[in-house]
Write a protein of this length. Structure first.
Length: 284
């Protein structure tokens, strides 16, 4: 079924397939997030963080200009004074930058200027994308669609897809009252995978690198789905098999095992279950 669908649809109408899967009825699990408007204090020049008074892009003391910065972060994370000073200094030194990513895990990402596309790939390859252990600083103009349903991953996508470069700032969670475990999410379900891919498809439809960005997501997400199936299920579910059959054809396998997973998911699942039985600690 999956491959016949793929023969009938091109890359440009993934939205049609996703619509048939009723993705609009799916709700993404997410951690509560906070929204701050950074305003410069004169004459010190440092930023003062004004928290949104309600869920969404609403502030009690006015409306940000397009060039102002907005911070989106896990709700439990309190913006430290040294971070506000660092962002103020960087924005003065590099006024062309529109996005900063604050890493709340020590040494999770290199500090400094990063290529946006390469950073998107690194976050997926290292399994960091599913964790709400980041804060994002974006120009207000890029957040006009921000609403209470927006996840931290949505905001990161807006930043990484609409910029060429991002500055990564290290802020260990040890420097804040936030516990690292509050940011961890449960394994991604099939429904979450479809919902996330629908959002990614919508957000990337007008960028030249859309196929590359979607492949990065699919490579990680399909592998994660298969890994979760091997850990929790006795046999490969029809939903996950269909996802791999259909979306796997949009990817180029990087090695033999990945090719086996994409072309023969049932055989791959059986082999991985057997290997886990013989080697309980094994993780592919």
């Amino acid at each position: 079924m999956g491959k016949s669908l793929d023969a009938q649809h091109s890359n440009n109408n993934d939205e049609t397939l996703l619509s048939t899967l009723s993705t609009k009825q799916l709700s993404a699990s997410q951690s509560p997030i906070g929204c701050y408007w950074l305003q410069k204090s004169l004459p010190s020049g440092r930023y003062i963080a004004n928290k949104s008074s309600s869920a969404g892009y609403i502030f009690s003391n006015g409306t940000p200009d397009d060039d102002d910065f907005i911070v989106i972060c896990p709700e439990a994370y309190a913006l430290p004074e040294n971070l506000l000073k660092e962002i103020a200094s960087l924005s003065d030194t590099l006024p062309e930058l529109n996005c900063y990513l604050i890493s709340l895990v020590k040494n999770a990402l290199p500090q400094g200027l990063q290529n946006s596309s390469a950073l998107f790939q690194k976050l997926h390859e290292q399994g960091l994308w599913q964790h709400d252990l980041f804060a994002v600083v974006l120009r207000a103009a890029q957040l006009r669609e921000f609403s209470k349903e927006t996840t931290l991953q949505d905001v990161m996508l807006m930043g990484l897809l609409n910029t060429q470069s991002v500055w990564v700032v290290q802020q260990s969670v040890n420097e804040s009252p936030m516990n690292a475990q509050t940011g961890l999410k449960h394994p991604v379900s099939y429904q979450q995978f479809i919902s996330d891919y629908e959002r990614l498809t919508r957000l990337t439809q007008f960028i030249p690198e859309k196929n590359h960005v979607r492949e990065i997501y699919l490579r990680h997400a399909l592998t994660q789905l298969m890994r979760d199936e091997c850990s929790q299920q006795r046999q490969l579910s029809a939903n996950v098999q269909h996802a791999i059959d259909y979306f796997g054809d949009k990817m180029k396998a990087r090695n033999y095992w990945e090719k086996l997973m994409l072309k023969q998911p049932v055989i791959f699942f059986t082999l991985m279950k057997l290997r886990r039985k013989l080697q309980p600690q094994y993780q592919f």
